[in-house]
Design a protein around this ligand. Structure first.
Ligand SMILES: *[C@@H]1O[C@H](CO)[C@@H](O)[C@H](O)[C@H]1NC(C)=O
Ligand SMILES: [Zn+2]
Length: 416
């Protein structure tokens, strides 16, 4: 009698909570506007987040250690509620003889505070932090220093909203039992910064993605307690979003939809891109008010003279009328995860940036408006996936966004 009664009670509570918190909500315009731009933290000379990554960081080098320390310090100091772990491996490479080169991946995760291990499904945002050995002094700003900085800013921008959402859920009486009954799902976020993506010599299956291969195997072998929702660490990844080669502004980055299975996520990205463009929140747009107010000759145009230029579209492949999926043709860090059944959204432009693997892929060649815009878009996508609408700090962030926008305008004007 008693167990049955309490089970019914739990089921009823569960049903209520389903209504309160389960629905996937499209992020509101207000929340979209409130997402802070990275601003001066992305300054390439002394910005807090980006500039420390803009140094050669070949696996095993001092630069690599410096950059890893930068990440660890950032989470430790700015995001103390994130659980950070390092996953280590070593490997020989074709150009370093018998020496075992160390590879260190960083995994930072934030779970609902009450959730048991093995009960959290993650949105997993990924970029590689190592840089290529050649050409000498290679910085790899789009490849992938800027994507790493984007993910740091995304993590920081969502942190407070996650705290608030989980506090509200906790007050509403959410308990582990509701999840045990399958009436709720835990959603968490994971940032993975991978080492050893680049080949040491020529790209081959063996000489590339050292960190990713090791991490995927490790996560597959890391088992959660019996009867967990997710039986091992790799199955906890709900969606693996890989950012690579982002930050060049011209030509406009073109992102194909690579995988049929994750076209739903691509569609969400495309919709958010459209909405951000419609609200003039993307500074790289040629139609952004900061650009449109001045003509090529520097003369101020009146409103009626303003010609609207074709609005670019990064996620152009929305309708996917053909059934040709390029997934798998581009070899990258997602492969070892995909081979183990993980769903992948690959955010890599096709064609690659013009600076790809050239000495010119440095801080000076980044388009900072584009870098900031990518950050906003990825943050919006994550906020939506994590159901954070209503928890984003619309008041204070609105002010911050306005300030950043002003700063952005100033930059654009001096450029013209
Ligand atoms: C992994 O490597 C890092 C950096 O070399 C080191 O600080 C850390 O203790 C290592 N972790 C493990 C689990 O061995
Ligand atoms: Zn590369």
């Amino acid at each position: 009698m008693k167990p049955t009664f309490s089970l019914i009670l739990h089921a009823l509570q569960g049903l209520l909570l389903v209504v309160v918190s389960r629905a996937y909500t499209v992020i509101s315009d207000d929340a979209l506007t409130s997402i802070p731009r990275p601003g001066e933290d992305f300054d390439i000379k002394n910005g807090k987040l980006l500039s420390p990554i803009l140094q050669p960081r070949v696996p095993g080098s001092q630069g690599s250690t410096n950059v890893l320390k930068h990440f660890v310090d950032f989470f430790h100091n700015d995001l103390p509620q994130w659980k950070v772990s390092l996953q280590n491996s070593t490997s020989k490479t074709p150009v370093t003889g018998n020496k075992e080169i160390p590879f260190v991946n960083l995994i930072a995760a934030r779970d609902p505070p009450w959730a048991k291990a093995g009960e959290v499904g993650y949105l997993t945002l990924v970029a590689h932090y190592d840089s290529k050995r050649t050409p000498e002094g290679f910085i790899g700003a789009t490849d992938s220093a800027a994507p790493c900085a984007m993910l740091m800013h995304t993590a920081r921008s969502l942190d407070e909203a996650l705290t608030k959402k989980w506090a509200v859920m906790h007050q509403a009486g959410i308990k582990q039992e509701d999840y045990d009954l399958g009436l709720e799902e835990h959603k968490g976020i994971q940032i993975i910064l991978l080492d050893g993506e680049e080949a040491f010599d020529q790209w081959t299956k063996k000489d590339s993605i050292y960190g990713s291969k090791s991490l995927a195997a490790d996560m597959e072998a890391t088992f959660h307690p019996a009867l967990s929702t997710y039986h091992n660490a790799i199955s906890s990844i709900h969606l693996f979003v890989l950012l690579d080669l982002l930050g060049e502004g011209t030509p406009t980055p073109k992102i194909p939809s690579y995988f049929k299975l994750t076209h739903w996520a691509y569609q969400n990205m495309a919709t958010l891109e459209d909405r951000l463009r419609a609200q003039s929140l993307l500074l790289s747009s040629p139609n952004h008010p900061s650009r449109r107010s001045t003509s090529n000759s520097g003369r101020i145009r009146t409103n009626s003279q303003q010609l609207k230029r074709a609005e670019p579209k990064w996620f152009w492949d929305l309708d996917k009328s053909n059934d040709r999926w390029l997934g798998g043709l581009i070899e990258d860090d997602h492969l070892p995860f995909m081979a183990r059944g993980v769903d992948v959204l690959h955010l890599i432009p096709n064609p690659f940036p013009t600076v790809w693997h050239k000495a010119t892929d440095d801080g000076e060649h980044l388009d900072m408006d584009t870098v900031g815009d990518w950050t906003i878009l990825v943050t919006a996508f994550a906020a939506e996936w994590l159901d954070l609408d209503g928890y984003m700090d619309v008041q204070t962030t609105k002010k911050r966004a306005a300030n950043d926008q002003q700063a952005g305008n100033m930059v654009s004007k001096t450029e013209l």
